[in-house]
Design a protein around this ligand. Structure first.
Ligand code: COA
Length: 296
C-alpha cells in the first residue's frame, strides 16, 4: 500500500529496531527506511537478520544487522554501541522483540513466565537504558536542540484479560507502565519522547500464526467486527510518532486494532434490542389513571 507520508519525513534519522528481522519489526524498519531513515536491526537469528538487511538494501535503505538477544546485557550494550559507531548517532529506538506462546496458567512454569518477562519487559527496559546516552538531548552525534524517540511495541492482552497468555499479558502491562514512567522522567529531563503502539490481530505475524491458530480463528472470524490489520498499519503509526507530526505526543499508547478491543460478542441483534427496549420502557411507564400516556 502507498504511504500517505512524504518520502522524507524521517530523513537523516537513525533507528534501531529490536526484532527488526521479521514481522511488525521488519515492516517498521522498512517504512522508516523508505521515508529517509538509516536502520539497524537486532534479532536472535542471524540468518533472519541477514536476509532482512539484504531486503532493506534492495530498497537502497542504509541498513545494518546485529544478531543479539535483548535478554543479554552485553548484547544490548554491544548493539546500541555498534549502531552508534556505524551511523554516528541514534534517534529512534523501537522495541519490537517479544516472546509468547499459548499455555493455560496452571501448566506454565515460573521459568516460562520469567522467560517472556525477560524478553518483553526487562528486554525493553534494558534497551532503553543502553540507548539513553545517545537519545538524550545533547547526546553524542545529536542535533543539540532535541532528544530522540522510543517506541515500545506492546499488546492488548491486558485490556481486560486474555486466555492462556498470563505471562505475556503481565509482561506487556509492565511495558506500558515503563512507557509512561520513561515518558515522564526522560521526557522531562532529556527531551526523549516515549510512546507505545498496541497492535490488534495483524495478518501474517507470529502473533497470529502462533497464538490464534486456524481452529480458533475460524470461530472468531464469524464475528462481523473481526478483521485483520496489516503490518503496514503498525508501521504507519510508528512513522507518525517518528515524524514531526508526532512531536507533542509523549507517554501515549496508540491502539491500532480497528476498535476491536472495545467489542464484546453481540448477543442480540439491533432489531431485537429495539423491540426489547420498547417493551421494557412501556412496562416501566405504566402510569396511574389521569396521567398522560407516554408517546411510546
Ligand atoms: N508452553 C509452556 N511452557 C513453555 C512453552 C510452551 N509452549 N514454550 C516454552 N516454555 C517454557 C519452557 O518449558 C521453559 O521453562 P522450564 O525451564 O520451566 O521448562 C521456558 O519457557 C523457556 O523455554 P525455552 O524454550 O528454553 O526458551 P527459548 O529462549 O528457547 O524461547 C520463547 C523463548 C519460549 C519465548 C520462544 O517461544 C521464542 O523464542 N519466541 C520468539 C518468537 C515469538 O514468540 N514471537 C511471538 C511474538 S507475539
Amino acid at each position: 500500500m502507498e504511504s500517505p507520508f512524504k518520502a522524507d519525513v524521517v530523513k537523516g534519522k537513525v533507528a534501531l529496531v529490536t526484532g527488526g528481522g521479521s514481522g511488525i519489526g521488519y515492516e517498521i524498519s522498512l517504512q522508516l527506511g523508505k521515508h529517509g531513515a538509516s536502520v539497524a536491526i537486532m534479532g536472535r537469528r542471524k540468518h533472519v537478520v541477514d536476509s532482512a538487511v539484504a531486503a532493506l538494501h534492495s530498497y537502497s535503505i542504509p541498513a545494518i544487522g546485529f544478531d543479539g538477544d535483548v535478554r543479554k546485557e552485553e548484547d544490548a550494550a554491544r548493539v546500541v554501541e555498534s549502531t552508534f559507531k556505524h551511523f554516528g548517532k541514534l534517534d529512534i529506538l523501537v522495541n519490537a522483540a517479544a516472546g509468547n506462546f499459548l499455555v493455560p496458567a496452571e501448566d506454565l512454569s515460573p521459568n516460562g513466565f520469567r522467560t517472556v518477562v525477560d524478553i518483553d519487559t526487562i528486554g525493553t527496559f534494558r534497551m532503553c537504558r543502553e540507548a539513553l546516552k545517545y537519545l538524550k538531548k545533547g547526546g553524542p552525534g545529536r542535533d543539540p536542540s532535541t532528544g530522540g524517540l522510543i517506541i515500545n511495541i506492546t499488546a492488548l492482552l491486558h485490556y481486560g484479560a486474555t486466555w492462556y497468555q498470563i505471562h505475556a499479558s503481565a509482561a506487556k502491562a509492565a511495558v506500558d507502565s515503563i512507557t509512561r514512567s520513561l515518558a515522564l522522567e526522560w521526557g522531562t529531563d532529556h527531551d526523549i519522547r516515549v510512546n507505545g503502539i498496541a497492535p490488534g490481530a495483524i495478518d501474517d505475524t507470529a502473533g497470529v500464526i502462533k497464538l490464534a491458530p486456524e481452529e480458533i480463528l475460524s470461530q472468531i472470524k464469524q464475528k462481523p467486527l473481526y478483521k485483520f490489520g496489516e503490518k503496514w498499519d503498525i508501521a504507519m503509526a510508528a512513522l507518525y510518532l517518528a515524524s514531526d507530526a508526532g512531536k507533542f505526543v509523549n507517554g501515549t499508547i496508540m491502539v491500532v486494532d480497528g476498535g476491536q478491543w472495545l467489542s464484546r460478542p453481540r448477543y442480540v441483534s439491533n432489531d431485537a434490542v429495539k423491540q426489547l427496549s420498547r417493551r421494557e420502557e412501556i412496562k416501566s411507564r405504566v402510569k396511574p389513571a389521569g396521567v398522560p400516556k407516554s408517546k411510546l
